[in-house]
Design a binder for this molecule. Structure first.
Ligand code: BGP
Length: 473
């Protein structure tokens, strides 16, 4: 038996990609509610926002998503049928504080998540809760400039403390920012950053990163004070960067690229800015403003575990000839000739999962939590409405096998919540067509469909994996 007793098998979703009901029961508009699909989506995610309101005639996938807000009981019953031990969900900040800076929380929002957690606990499913999963109240972007403004630190601290106080008897696992390193790649999604002509983007991004790191430390402090039995973690988009050759320049470049992501987790996990980050700031003339007490906060309030998403490994080369073979992903990774790719060009690298888990555990020596892993694919319905997603079973089987190897390597892993156990809106593309689920949802890229749920072939496969605690794959 490789997986420890009590291993938290389950799935992961996010409020903005599942709930819909985007203005219901007092919820405020969030940054993700301003993301249409296609090119416009990417343009905004890079920090170019045309309007603080949805534009006439555009389709916004998050507005209805898969209507989890009204259908969560049905969906949780299906997760329970698979035997889930945990479900990772996120709280939408704008359901609790519609403008982000309201003096009182929105009771209807708090009640929704009370009901959601109660429904999970009814089936002995642990809620694993992300406090911020890319959706920021638009009011904070419009009136404060979002995370470029230090004021967000105290607003986030108040939001997090409200959650800990309200749900301390229901939630044992928290994490602060989803994929905190995405701030560097998709600044609007990661931190609600909108750039103006002439902005020094790197300066703004690293100042915003500091604000998020301080806010995360304050949330850790508040969690430990308010809910002492709970565990609170950080979370990064992980995936080791391979050097394209054994040329030391490539090796250094790969290490440098991984440090771009590790920077955030080094601070949240070790409690201080690493030397390479200080050199980077100096070399790029970046001045990260810190307030009195910030360094002490970071030092004294590090996380209990390191959460991460793993979809693919990355590759880099210092040879310009090779470098122009970019695989087009946000990390600027180049093609890896040894690996297959998904229909969206993401490499499929199960061994990379074992490598990445070992790399993170070697670096942090803290429990790891795999809070996202999965295959986004175009699922075809058979004439009798079935989805024979053997390709997804294959992907998941190989990744669970490598995770098992990592545990045998001595890597401590708390659980595995596969991404999108039910089809939901894709974060990067806004498409429903990019499906991850063991459960099919009848909705297409244009919002058409009945939203009916149906089990794919992988539903029973995953059920057996959980029943056998990872022995039957
Ligand atoms: C991560 C996000 C998730 C999820 C996942 C898959 O960045 O944390 O929200 O979306 O990526 O990405 P996509 O939905 O674009 O396929």
């Amino acid at each position: 038996m490789t997986f420890p007793k009590g291993f938290l098998w389950g799935g992961a979703i996010a409020a903005n990609q599942t709930e819909g009901a985007y203005l219901e029961d007092g919820k405020g508009l969030t940054t993700v509610d301003l993301l249409p699909t296609g090119e416009k989506r990417w343009d905004i995610m890079f920090g170019n926002l045309p309007s603080f309101q949805p534009l006439e005639g555009e389709f916004y996938p998050s507005h209805e998503a898969i209507d989890f807000y009204h259908r969560y009981k049905e969906d949780i019953a299906l997760f329970a049928e698979m035997g889930f031990k945990a479900l990772r969900v996120s709280v939408s900040w704008a359901r609790i504080f519609p403008n982000g800076d309201d003096h009182q929380p929105n009771e209807a929002g708090l009640t929704f998540y009370d009901n959601l957690f109660d429904e999970l606990l009814k089936y002995d499913i642990e809620p694993v809760v992300t406090i911020a999963h890319f959706d920021i109240p638009v009011h904070l972007v419009k009136n404060y400039g979002s995370w470029r403004n230090r004021k967000l630190v105290s607003l986030f601290e108040a939001y997090a403390a409200t959650l800990f106080k309200r749900y301390k008897d229901k939630v044992k696992y928290w994490m602060t920012f989803n994929e905190i390193n995405m701030l560097l790649h998709l600044p609007f999604v990661g931190a609600g950053l909108v750039f103006n002509e002439g902005d020094n983007k790197k300066q703004i991004q690293y100042q915003a990163a500091h604000h998020q790191l301080v806010a995360s430390a304050l949330a850790v402090k508040a969690c430990h004070e308010i809910s002492p039995g709970a565990k609170i973690g950080c979370m990064l988009a992980a995936g080791m960067t391979y050097p394209y050759s054994c040329n030391p320049e490539d090796v250094w470049d790969a290490m440098d690229k991984d440090r771009e992501s590790f920077f955030f987790i080094d601070v949240q996990s070790r409690g201080e800015y690493p030397g390479y980050a200080k050199r980077f700031f100096k070399d790029h003339n970046l001045i990260v403003e810190m307030e009195e007490g910030d360094e002490e906060l970071l030092k004294n309030h590090t996380v209990d575990y390191v959460g991460f998403s793993y979809y693919a490994s990355r590759a880099t080369s210092t040879d310009p000839e090779i470098n122009n073979m970019t695989a087009g992903n946000v990390f600027g990774s180049i093609e890896n000739p040894y690996l297959e790719k998904s229909e969206w060009g993401w490499t499929i690298d199960p061994k990379g999962f074992r490598i990445t888990a070992n790399q993170l555990y070697d670096r942090y020596q803290k429990p790891l939590f795999v809070v996202e892993n999965g295959l986004g694919a175009v699922d075809q319905l058979t004439s009798d409405g079935k989805v024979n997603d053997d390709y997804r079973i294959e992907y998941m089987k190989k990744h669970v096998e490598e995770m098992s190897e990592a545990i045998k390597d001595g890597v401590e892993i708390i659980g595995y919540t596969s991404w999108g156990p039910i089809d939901i809106v894709s974060a990067s593309s806004g498409e429903m067509k990019k499906r991850y689920g063991y459960i099919y949802v009848d909705k297409d890229n244009h919002g058409q469909g009945t939203l009916a749920r149906s089990k794919k072939k992988s539903f029973d496969w995953y059920k057996k994996v959980i029943e056998s605690n990872g022995e039957v794959l």
